[in-house]
Design a protein around this ligand. Structure first.
Ligand code: KIV
Length: 273
């Protein structure tokens, strides 16, 4: 067990995550969209795998998260669930599958849980989605909230800049976090907000707060796996720490392969039947 681990769990559940917060153990979360990557991340001991709608960007090449569908999300989630032994798998409800209609929200959440075998869903928003959150939780489905920069509302906000820097928006965010907690959400993602506000929320609500660009005082961190492995080259926000430079590593390997094929070096005598 890692020296930083205080809560030993064979399987990560909402109760395990709550216990981590209470014991001061930070929660490590990454996105995953496919079986092979999810296997490695689970094997490494990641606590939560998020089948994020960022699949729309990094897997499908869309500019925003808006085009991805519920069927696409279920496809990705099913592949990730197949790979996982320990991590908790959370799946984003995609844009258009829950906003403004709590019955549709519940149906979307049920489809994800039934068809993919995932353990929980995530959705964006606070008071505006409270009816949907309530209905989904009443059906026994754990819900993770998402506040701050909410990419599904990008056309409303207009930019991907830091959110809640003004007092009024910061207070609204705290209220939304408290509301999500009171509705029964088991955790909340806070995206791209000042670190002091992340600290305030983590102190004022009891459920785990997981940040992406929300500073060091929250209860856990999440990154998009393609970003932290350096597969996406152009995306370089301040909050991103790159652990590898896979874009260049993969490119170099493929260039070597092309050279080997063209030069007839590959395959050699030992690599054929
Ligand atoms: O879809 C996603 O990857 C996310 C993370 C940025 C939290 O929601």
């Amino acid at each position: 067990m890692s020296v930083h681990k205080k809560v030993d769990a064979k399987k990560v559940t909402t109760h395990v995550l709550q216990s981590m917060k209470e014991h001061g153990e930070k929660i490590a979360m990454l996105t995953a969209y496919d079986y092979s990557t999810a296997r490695v991340l689970d094997d490494a001991g990641i606590d939560i795998l998020l089948v994020g709608d960022s699949a729309s960007n990094v897997m499908a090449g869309n500019e925003t998260t808006l085009p991805i569908t519920l069927d696409h999300m279920i496809y990705h989630a099913t592949s990730v669930v197949r790979a996982v032994g320990r991590a908790m798998v959370v799946v984003d409800l995609p844009f258009g599958s829950y906003q403004g209609n709590s019955k549709e929200a519940l149906n979307s959440a049920i489809r994800i849980m039934k068809e993919s075998g995932a353990h929980s869903i995530k959705l964006e928003g606070g008071a505006n989605v409270s009816e949907s959150v309530q209905r989904i939780i009443s059906a026994g489905i754990p819900v993770m909230g998402h506040l701050g920069l909410t990419p599904q509302s990008i056309y409303k906000f207009g930019t991907y800049t830091v959110r809640a820097t003004e007092e009024e928006e910061a207070n609204q965010l705290v209220e939304d976090a408290k509301l999500l907690e009171s509705l029964g959400c088991y955790a909340i993602v806070l995206e791209k907000i000042p670190a002091d506000l992340g600290k305030r929320v983590a102190e004022e609500v009891k459920i785990p707060i997981i940040g992406i660009g929300a500073g060091q005082y929250v209860d856990g961190q999440v990154l998009v796996v393609h970003d932290m492995l350096g597969i996406t080259k152009e995306f370089s926000p301040r909050f991103l720490r790159r652990y590898l430079n896979l874009y260049d590593n993969i490119k170099g390997a493929v260039e070597n392969y092309i050279d080997d094929v063209k030069s007839k070096d590959f395959p050699n005598d030992d690599e054929q039947y």
